[in-house]
Design a protein around this ligand. Sequence first.
Ligand SMILES: [Zn+2]
Length: 269
Amino acid sequence: MDEFNKIPLQGLSGAICKLMDVPAPDQSEGTMTELVNAVLDKTNGEKIDRVLMFNPDAIGQNTCLRYADKFKSVREIAPIELAIKTVVPPKTPVCFGTMYTGASPTVHGIQRYTKPVIKIDSIFDAMIRAGKKPCIVAVKNSSMSKIFNEREMDYYLEDYDGCVVQKAAELIKEDKYDLICVYNQEFDDVMHRSHPNSKRSQRAIDNYNRSFDMLADQIRKYWTDHNTLLGYAPDHGTHREWYLLGNHGKNIPADMNIFHYYGVFPKKI
Ligand SMILES: [Zn+2]
């Protein structure tokens, strides 16, 4: 795996907006047609009216391949697999900045590990303008808990991943948001303290993927009258340094290549 993936992360916001019939954020740099076409194929051309994005931090393509068994359920729930190239430097706020504005780091402004509020147009602003309700559910102090603040939308900030997922499950049941972004971080945390293949890292993958299963169950149960898109959408990958700890932030395939998984739940009427 020494080549870079071809699909740019910049196209994701544009694709989600297109699927929801919402104009893309102002500085969005394209539309991920691979996603749009695969989803419309499953809805017979109908638009999507609910999106749940599960954002598991630091799950790279190499992790998905190495632990293919652990990703069986993710692939069953969300069989649209996209080989995406994230942005440089592959650090959390830089990548999520691009994921949800459609703009490159030089345009959205975060080019290193800092967490300022992004001032340019984002998918959240685009949704609000179109009369839709987005929200973010994230771990307190994480990048996702900060960089899209100051919008007229709801933010649910929790102590850690488990509480985030519980809150997201409640919000699916309430059925009042059109776009819910759910951020989890355990794998990134533990792989920095050990390495991406440590026992703790493997448990973190299991926790992410179990949470994803649970959110999919909630959608099946409570969003039956919506065409829903469910995404498993990490920000960047990881590698192991010569001094043995896990790390990320380099312009190398291990850090830059990610798989995203998407599933469609058509309405049941
Ligand atoms: Zn990250």
